[in-house]
Design a protein around this ligand. Structure first.
Ligand code: NAD
Length: 323
């Protein structure tokens, strides 16, 4: 079997996570790694039997599939270049950091015959696949509260810099916008309030959302909170039932009003599996090798950017955004 040649552009933390997962997949070979800094590229290349490449275009030209794992505002140009070259693309979240960029990526991915997947890994995390199954099969939701807090924005150093992140909501919080669509469907209205505390941008948000199926939700995200567990939580309210997730560690719910709770812990899983990284990489390679549609599409990437932009717009204008 000829192995798929994988290239990685951006040899930092998450590039390393994907590389270690892909190195165990017999269907692929990590062929080339590029980073603007030589040392991380050399180190990551050494760790997985790849060669360090001098440029992003060298990676794109020499590989069948390209992982874009650079900081947020450096995704669009590279993702477009790789998709235009007909390569399969795995683009870390956020797919873009403005609506215009997201539109450009969406159009380019739409013209390509190759796979384009966005790194919204939480869709694959067992906590959230379990929640999705409960909501679909037995617990139709009527409302929810979703939160994503951060304690500080220091690691990596650029995560507190809006010029590189595109804004706080484009960092980890964007996962929860994607998660709300995954769990509850399309958003029809969003209204948000925001304030500034620690960082040179709006860093604390409260929002109200309406979904096309009639569900509604409240949403909160603060960049300047604390690491009080769980800093990521989804609470869903259903008929005589509440379902709560605690980060990607556990899910607890009641079936009836008799005080009996059911808890499923994911604590024993390895971090890569708990967070869904392993499953999303496997799914990406499955899509390429089996001709399947990607599990998280460029259209999904676009929609999460659209929700982030709507949140900022609503804060700026003090008005709801309708979709
Ligand atoms: N899905 C997730 O759960 C998850 C987790 C962590 C990070 N991420 C995303 O992955 C991306 C990278 O995050 P990270 O934590 O690995 O950051 P990082 O700072 O650890 O690594 C980024 C690397 O990209 C390199 N780089 C910067 N500009 C480049 C360019 N133009 N071309 C090539 N290399 C370039 C840097 O030198 C650095 O080595 C971010 O967009 C982040 O939001 C996603």
């Amino acid at each position: 079997m000829t192995k798929l040649k994988i290239g990685i552009i951006g040899a930092g933390y998450i590039g390393g996570v994907h590389a270690s997962i892909l190195a165990r997949d017999e269907r692929v070979h990590i062929a080339a790694v590029h980073d603007v800094a030589h040392e991380p590229a050399q180190r990551l290349a050494n760790s997985c039997g790849a060669r360090p490449a001098q440029s992003a275009s060298e990676v794109i030209e020499s590989c069948d599939a390209v992982y874009i794992t650079t900081p947020n505002t450096k995704h669009t140009e590279l993702a477009i270049a790789a998709a235009q070259s007909g390569k399969h693309v795995f683009c870390e979240k956020p797919m873009a950091t403005s609506l215009a960029e997201a539109q450009a990526v969406l159009e380019t991915a739409g013209k390509s015959n190759s796979v384009f997947q966005v790194g919204h890994n939480r869709r694959f995390a067992p906590v959230y696949t379990t929640l999705k199954r409960l909501l679909t099969e037995s617990h139709p939701p009527h409302s929810a509260h979703v939160k994503m807090n951060r304690g500080e924005l220091l690691q990596p150093a650029w995560v507190g810099d809006p010029l590189i992140t595109g804004g706080f909501l484009y960092e980890t919080t964007i996962h929860m916008f994607d998660m709300m669509r995954f769990l509850f469907g399309e958003v029809t209205m969003l209204q948000a309030l925001g304030s500034t505390h620690e960082y040179p941008e709006t860093d604390d948000f409260s929002a109200l959302l309406q979904f096309s199926g009639g569900m509604h939700a409240t949403f909160a995200s603060s960049a300047d909170a604390g690491w009080l567990f769980p800093y990521e939580r989804v609470e869903v309210f259903c008929h005589h039932s509440t379902i709560v997730t605690r980060e990607t560690e556990s899910i607890v719910y009641n079936q009836l009003l008799d005080g009996q709770n059911i808890e499923q812990s994911m604590h024993q899983l390895a971090k890569e599996e708990k967070l869904g990284y392993q499953q999303e990489d496997q799914s990406f390679i499955d899509s390429i090798t089996k001709g399947l549609p990607p599990a998280v599409t460029a259209a999904d990437g676009y929609k999460s950017v659209e929700l982030v932009e709507a949140c900022y717009r609503s804060v700026r204008t003090s008005a709801p955004v309708k979709f």
